[in-house]
Design a protein around this ligand. Structure first.
Ligand code: GLV
Ligand code: MG
Length: 347
């Protein structure tokens, strides 16, 4: 076992010191773009101001014969990237793929000082994180990268879910984790062809009545269990949980409902795969105005966070004070980036 005293030491001589706390910034949407596509690259300047995180996707959805062009396209975008308010991430190929080594070597050598986070797909256990952690430290040292590149794991295999706690606490380089419902469904043998969201057959049937009336059927959230496990693993390790992709671009309502479940369960953001999902994620992952205003009243009623108070007939105590603080802290973070929300929240 690695000694706890070594946990925060750099893994290579000359690599930057690992961070002890994640930078505080809104990450409501991780917006994916395909960097091999020149038209998409030309839209990046507009996207940068619209999103919290911009991610160049090198993995699934990029054809095998465009992998190198995608890597080169991402490096080109990253070289020009100069927007400290927006995160710059890349999703590299899986560790067992023929492309991943060059993804990491070329990206860190060319733009290591521009990159905030490397998203690693198909993480099965902490050994995958340790491998990338060590490699990144060597490359950071070699290329004089001054701040550690963080790792974001995609939770998308049955074994990954089994090992979710160990993955979350594998390294101080861990930024967070996203649910990958498509690969996870395949890995588990779930019987759905959808990318995220519910399924009309997964639900609970109301009890039979006396007569012939139609029994109500309540659709349930297929991802509830996994999101719950992921949130507990992440938050207990001081890192962030995200919902991943929602693939039906024709159903914004379902996308919003799925994102909102994840938000209420503790996720801080989701992926946007289509520009129309940017606004959905912004709406969902920025706290509700009425909720923020009520939370502010709780904090004002209990300035030192202890005791009890009644507000509009609702009991408040130390625990609800903490709940309120979660919401107000998030509202403050969003307000710093988004003046329209600051005005609505009265912050
Ligand atoms: C995302 O990568 C997924 O597999 O859902
Ligand atoms: Mg996947």
């Amino acid at each position: 076992m690695k000694l706890p005293s070594n946990f925060y030491k750099p893994l290579a001589i000359g690599a930057p010191l690992p961070i002890r706390e994640l930078p505080a910034r809104p990450e409501r949407m991780i917006h994916f773009f395909p960097p091999h596509n020149e038209k998409m690259r030309s839209k990046v300047p507009d996207l940068i101001t619209a999103v919290d995180v911009l991610l160049g996707n090198l993995e699934d959805a990029i054809p095998a014969d465009a992998k190198e062009a995608a890597r080169a396209g991402f490096i080109e975008v990253a070289k020009r990237f100069d927007s400290p308010e927006t995160g710059l991430w890349v999703r590299i190929n899986a560790l067992n793929s023929p492309w991943v080594l060059d993804d990491v070597l070329e990206i860190v050598s060319a733009v290591g000082n521009k990159l905030d986070v490397m998203m690693l797909p198909k993480v099965e256990g902490p050994w995958d994180i340790h491998f990338l952690d060590q490699l990144l430290a060597q490359l950071e040292a070699k290329h004089s990268v001054t701040k550690p590149i963080l790792i974001h794991a995609i939770l998308e295999t049955a074994q990954g879910v089994k090992n979710v706690e160990a993955i979350a606490s594998a390294s101080p380089r861990m930024h967070g984790m996203s649910l990958g419902p498509a690969d996870l469904a395949a890995s588990r043998g779930m019987k759905t062809t959808r990318v995220g969201g519910g399924h009309p057959f997964y639900g609970v049937l109301a009890d039979a009545g006396e007569g012939e009336e139609k029994r109500a059927f309540f659709q349930q959230d297929l991802w509830h269990y996994t999101v719950g496990r992921m949130v507990d693993a992440c938050v207990s390790s001081g890192i962030r949980a995200f919902y991943g992709p929602f693939g039906d671009f024709s159903d914004d309502q379902a996308c919003e409902a799925q994102f909102r479940n994840a938000f209420l369960q503790g996720c801080v953001g989701a992926w946007s795969l289509h520009p129309r999902q940017i606004e959905i994620a912004k709406r969902v992952f920025s706290p509700d105005v009425a909720e923020v205003r009520f939370a502010k009243r709780i904090l004002e009623a209990m300035p030192d966070g202890t005791g009890a108070a009644m507000i509009d007939g609702k009991m408040q105590d130390d625990a609800t004070w903490k709940q309120a603080k979660v919401i107000v802290d998030l509202a403050k973070l969003v307000s710093k980036k988004d003046p329209a929300f600051a005005a609505a929240y009265g912050l």
